[in-house]
Design a protein around this ligand. Structure first.
Ligand code: TRP
Length: 329
């Protein structure tokens, strides 16, 4: 039986954290057994916001690859590659840019939101507006059936689908494939300050982080703000720690926490200690594997080069079909 194809990518903008692990990587790892998976590092996408400051993109690429491999993405099972190793992404991006109506890009909510939130950079560039066109090229080159992404990426996926229909319509062909998004059903992890865990909010716990540092962060975490004093009862569902417990603690521990918190028998300090008892051992194997990979950058690069070779064959074949459909040989 032919396996369905999965493709996803992450922008090369820094080390990965627990939110990335439970929100994406765990899911990607599981998919490896059921699907033909392509996972790539979107280093050109990182240029859309960092075009003036490109110094860290190459090292981020290595850090992300180490995170992926440590988390269990397996180059024997999946094709793991780098966007910039495959020039076909740029070529298909160019072709799609010719047919994408600019208003489709301007009304994209992710675009509008980022435009408003990122004030310290000049994002009035073509590349930033065209970010989802490059993403549509990434997906279409591999004729992906499924694209596992977070909810924030759904507008990009919808645009990809519309663009695929438009391409096939204009060139009267069936060359490109409409992908389907796959949202993973995990609770969004909160960062140490209670906002969504994100590198740019400075509130994240990283996969490679040492236990002492994880401990400091957890101990400093904002809990249920209604529990101003030790004797005030709290509500786990209003606590930033609780999503972490739901992932890392046993049912028994969770029951104890819920009871203790709601009755004020247990304080936040004990609850945090319990989380650390469960979280630290779970993080250890990934951290150790990560350390090992990071100490062997040549090995990581070899994996990425090999993966890119495999991926490129698929990309080249699709691009030939695209050119034939467009009659520009
Ligand atoms: N935009 C995605 C993100 O920020 C990264 C990405 C680039 C991607 N190209 C993709 C994801 C193609 C899925 C498919 O996370």
């Amino acid at each position: 039986m032919i396996k369905k194809r999965v493709l996803s990518g992450m922008q090369a903008s820094g080390k990965l954290h627990l939110g990335n692990l439970v929100g994406a990587l765990e899911n990607w790892k599981k998919m490896q057994d059921e699907y033909e998976c392509f996972y790539f590092i979107a280093d050109w996408h990182a240029l859309s916001t960092n075009y003036e400051d490109t110094g860290e993109i190459a090292s981020n690429r290595l850090e992300i690859a180490a995170d992926w491999l440590a988390a269990g993405l397996d180059p024997e099972k999946s094709t793991i590659f780098v966007q910039s190793h495959i020039p076909e992404h740029a070529v298909l991006h160019l072709f799609l840019s010719m047919i994408v109506p600019v208003p489709w890009l301007e009304r994209n909510p992710t675009y509008k939101e980022k435009m408003e939130n990122i004030q310290d950079k000049d994002l009035a560039t073509y590349g930033f507006l065209g970010y989802p066109v490059l993403q549509a090229a990434d997906i279409s080159l591999y004729k992906a059936d499924y694209v596992p992404v977070g909810i924030d990426q759904l507008p990009h996926l919808e645009l990809t689908r519309e663009l695929v229909r438009r391409f096939n319509g204009i060139y009267r062909c069936n060359v490109l494939k409409e992908p389907e998004g796959k949202i993973s059903e995990v609770p969004k992890l909160k960062g140490t300050d209670g906002r969504k865990m994100s590198k740019s909010y400075n509130n994240a716990i990283f996969l490679g982080e040492e236990p002492a540092s994880v401990e400091t962060k957890i101990k400093g975490m904002v809990t249920d703000t209604k529990r101003a004093r030790r004797k005030d009862p709290g509500e786990p569902n209003d606590c930033n720690l609780f999503p972490l417990h739901k992932i890392y603690s046993s049912e028994e521990d969770i029951r104890e926490i819920c009871k203790g918190c709601r009755s004020a028998e247990m304080g936040c300090t004990d609850c945090k200690a319990m989380l650390l008892k469960n979280l630290l051992p779970a993080m250890a194997p990934i951290r150790e594997k990560r350390k090992d990979f990071i100490s062997k950058p040549d090995k990581i690069n070899e994996i990425l080069v090999e993966g890119s070779k495999k991926a490129r064959l698929v990309a080249m074949a699709t691009l030939e079909e695209v050119k034939a459909a467009m009659k520009i040989g």
